[in-house]
Design a protein around this ligand. Sequence first.
Ligand code: ADP
Length: 453
Amino acid sequence: VKTDYDVVVIGAGGAGLTAAITAAENGASVVVVEKMAAIGGNTALSGGEMAAPGNWLQQKEGIEDSTDKFYEDVMKGGDYKANPELVRVLADNALSAAEWLRDDIKVDFEDKMMFFGGHSVMRSLVPHNESGVEIIQKLKAKADELGITVLTNTKATELVESDKKVTGVKATTKDGDVTFTASKGVVLATGGFGSNIEMRKEYNPEMDEKILSTCSPGSTGDGIVMAQKLGADTVDMSYIQTYPTCDITSGTLLYVGDVRLAGRSILVNKEGKRFVEELERRDVISKAVTEQTGGVSYMFWDEASMEASGVKEAHPEEYERLIKEKHLVKADTIDEAAAFFGIDAEALKKTIADYNQYAADGKDLEFNKRGKLVAFGEGPYYIMVSQPSVHHTMGGVVINTNAQVLDKDGKAISGLYAAGEVTGGIHGTNRLGSDAIADITVFGRIAGEQVSK
Ligand code: ADP
């Protein structure tokens, strides 16, 4: 195989493919090495939604937004622990990154948005099928068109340094070890460490094996460890996010639960009571769920909400599986649905009546739920059980606004760039939903641009 390139990208998720495309468009020869048999990483497992302030759908619907508002939401959502310079870059470039995905990469965005927790306005674009697979497939098609080599089953094990510059990557393949040389530089895009339980515990003992994970098995923090060997600094490593409403047996994300992000469901406990604002930050909801009976929550919605949200049409296989596994029930009456999970039916009916009153009055007196409140109507009704699962690691290697990896003295390590979940400092203590796709696209493009100079 050819082993000498201008640029080596490690990891074929959204950040890596974006960096590779941008570098190739600048004339660089590029190889992407991916350790798994398939490309995509956590990006492909995600819903692919992307926060983009001032986007075309907001304009159409008359929703006022600005880069400053988004900046403030990201900072606040991470308890002001994020690096303001990096957040500024994210906020200022999120819309152009979305337009790049739409116009250059031909990502098909749907004609609707989602309202993710912690954002102050609805601003998140939704790719075709509400899936990150759409983004990965289109990025891959563009990479192919540009002649980028993408090698799967190729695991990077070590960064090669000569004369204080990163000049290559050692990798293992089925046919043995290979060293790739990179005349211009290396981009780390290896994702987070949500699937590495030992590493999770090392930085945050609460995130132990009892908590399942939504992450790809490839999310084991390899890039962080490789960079640390060259003296790279890390930041925010203890901030590990759980997604509040995941599968109670496998830990995976549940896309049927996106009915919540359409603003059309409530979360109740076994006692039939709401216990948190349904569009709060993920960390806040997760913590609240953990404190409820059995450590689970029950999501409730009606038939009109099912139809309005479109989640069943978008995710029919997941819907059928949840019904079969008895994690989701569809019933004609609230009593019947509640009985299925042993929820206090009288209390639940009172909760729903109260909520409908809040909707009529336009104000949620209990949890001040954001967005437009819609009353629940006729059956059938749905209840889905779920629990929190490790989803995103906010911490990672320290980068500057040029996506250069920094050492402990704050100096750039020559030839080493990073983008995506492998980096830290962009989300503070807690990443808001749909900010990861914005992050990986914005910083993936910067890394690709800088490494190919
Ligand atoms: P991001 O959202 O930051 O792009 P993803 O999780 O989508 O992150 O993608 C990261 C990719 O990097 C995954 O496909 C993962 O399998 C891959 N990866 C992780 N470690 C290595 C490694 N050591 N060598 C090659 N690929 C790796």
